[in-house]
Design a protein. Sequence first.
Length: 118
Amino acid sequence: MRPNGSAGRGGPGALSDPNAPKGVYPTERGVVKSIAGSQLFVEMDDEHEMKFRITHKTKFFAQAKDAQGKSVQKEIKASSLEPGETIDVDMQTSLDGAFEAVRVVVVPATPPNAEPPK
């Protein structure tokens, strides 16, 4: 038995983000094509599209700035996703082989004249 406050398997920083899903999931970046009912369609590139199942466990987040100007994630509703938005999807495969979205994060748009970080 571990004493209270010990790290366990995840290491010392494992529980620092309360919004982080429990476990390790592959992440894909794409553009929202459509969302209908329990299905999220994401365009990965010009030739590929993926369909994700949305469950009661799926969490949706958007990047925002706090009072100090730090980037933080705030939880949003699935209905606030718009076609054309860039998202990161943490996923898992269900028993029937379908991809389930575990966590969806809206990636903030970069202004056209902004330089990418180096």
